[in-house]
Design a protein around this ligand. Structure first.
Ligand code: TRP
Length: 460
């Protein structure tokens, strides 16, 4: 069994792969859109607090659990915290399943916009209402199935090649290019007339508008964006060797992920506040923000925009891919470690199983009665929005809570100290800080927010 497990090729390779998992549609698509729905400012501030006080300590905990046990989610939790903790591992695998099912659909949208922008760049931008175009493409069931099938195949293809040859290699190539393109877009967005308003929206906090539901969304999204709360980082940590500093790696990953989310939002909101009519178009379907507001920017404002537009959407797809592979890897590694399935078979099996659920998500906006009318939470319709809400606001926070308790209270301090602090430095301060956060601050924050929501019965 051991021979089926892989290892990262180098420290940088690991950091890039984990950053690739963290940076994805959560940063480019989800963060701007939920920030819009939650009125910016105060929401962003709560989000940043959640990242620093809850998300980052949990990321370190996940890496240390994975590296210590050299096992994926289920086996790792069971081995280091006790037999019953395996249940939370299974919860995580289930979560990966559900998350991947609709995440693939959004990634599929970026393939569509790649094709459209490539055509516009060749033949000229028709200046159409991008909101209507978005509605038309999500409503087209056949198109949605083809796009998400294509994306699922790509995900399976990378995981097939394993940790070093597949996952790490893709991250090495794609991340630097993504950073470059985003920087270019940022520069041109800053020159737009709406950029001042964008900064105001993002950074001027008015707490009067902040509800318990928004705080839960901020918490849930911090887990979503950092890829924690379901064991993906346990799995990535299990391919890690002793030499890597978990503390430094986590700090770098968290900083990059948060920075990219903020940059993406500045870009998106600058466009929305600059282009006439955009606020209404986006307001009608905030889910489509990334695909509604950016096409305009490329063809009307950005120098060389016609060149950059298709490139950008292909990069969104690749950013999505470095995340979908980490989700599929959770399920695949579970099969490899716990059921002794060989990697290629495990990849195909898990890919196919997840795709069944992807079909549900892909048909959510098509008007097909069952898929689009399922409504468990108020305001969330269709498999897509329902699962998105359930995963991010319920599964990730509970999974994250389980990790804080396992790492803080059930793993011996000798073990966690040994994993977090290098042999040749004292590091007690750093370790004590982490321990305080993982034992008290993080679980208290998660519980407080969950209880506030339950008391207010605000399941938006
Ligand atoms: N972090 C990714 C994003 O922001 C999504 C993701 C990948 C994820 N793997 C995960 C979220 C594991 C939670 C858990 O797009």
């Amino acid at each position: 069994m051991q021979s089926d497990r892989g290892h990262w090729g180098s420290s940088t390779g690991f950091i890039l792969a984990a950053t690739g998992s963290a940076i994805g549609l959560g940063n480019l698509w989800r963060f701007p859109y939920i920030t819009w729905e939650n009125n910016g400012g105060a929401f962003v501030l709560v989000y940043l607090l959640c990242v620093a006080a809850v998300g980052m300590p949990i990321m370190m905990a996940e890496f240390l659990i994975g590296r210590r046990t050299q096992k994926s989610t289920v086996g790792a939790l069971r081995e280091c915290a006790g037999p019953l903790w395996g249940i939370f591992g299974v919860w995580g695998v289930l979560c990966a399943f559900l998350l991947l099912s609709y995440y693939t659909v959004i990634a599929g949208w970026s393939l569509y916009y790649f094709a459209r922008t490539a055509a516009w760049s060749a033949a000229g931008y028709p200046g159409l209402a991008t909101g209507d175009l978005f509605q038309a493409q999500v409503g087209n069931a056949g198109l949605q199935l083809v796009l998400s099938l294509g994306f699922s195949v790509a995900t399976v293809a990378v995981v097939w090649f394993g940790v070093r040859e597949g996952i790490e290699r893709l991250a090495r190539v794609s991340l630097p290019i993504l950073f470059g393109i985003l920087l270019l877009l940022l520069v041109s967005a800053l020159g737009m007339s709406g950029s001042g308003q964008a900064f105001g929206f993002l950074f001027q906090a008015s707490f009067a508008e902040l509800e318990a539901g928004s705080m839960l969304s901020a918490l849930g999204h911090s887990f979503f964006s950092l890829s924690v709360g379901m064991g993906a980082m346990i799995t990535y940590g299990s391919y890690l060797s002793r030499k890597q500093s978990i503390v430094k790696a986590s700090a770098a990953i968290v900083a990059l992920d948060t920075g990219i989310a903020i940059v993406a939002s500045i870009i998106m909101f600058s466009v929305i506040f600059s282009v006439a009519g955009m606020t209404e178009q986006v307001g009608a379907s905030p889910v489509g923000m990334l695909f509604i507001s950016l096409p305009e920017l490329f063809y009307t404002e950005v120098p060389f925009g016609a060149l950059l537009a298709p490139l950008f959407y292909i990069l969104v797809a690749v950013a999505g891919l470095t995340s979908t592979i980490s989700l599929l890897e959770v399920v695949t590694a579970y099969l490899i470690d716990e059921h002794a399935v060989e990697r290629h078979r495990a990849t195909l099996l898990s890919g196919a199983a997840v795709f069944v659920f992807t079909i549900f998500a892909a048909l959510s906006f098509s008007g097909t009665p069952f898929f689009s009318s399922l409504a468990v939470f108020a305001n969330k319709t269709g498999w897509f929005e329902t699962v998105d809400h359930f995963v991010s606001n319920i599964m990730l926070p509970t999974g994250g809570l389980a990790v804080t308790l396992a790492a803080g209270w059930f793993i011996s301090r000798r073990v966690s100290h040994g994993e977090l602090v290098d042999g040749n430095e004292p590091g007690w301060f750093r370790y004590g800080l982490w321990l305080g956060f993982i034992r008290f601050v993080a679980p208290a924050a998660v519980l407080a927010i969950i209880i506030a929501v339950l008391l207010g019965a605000d399941f938006s």
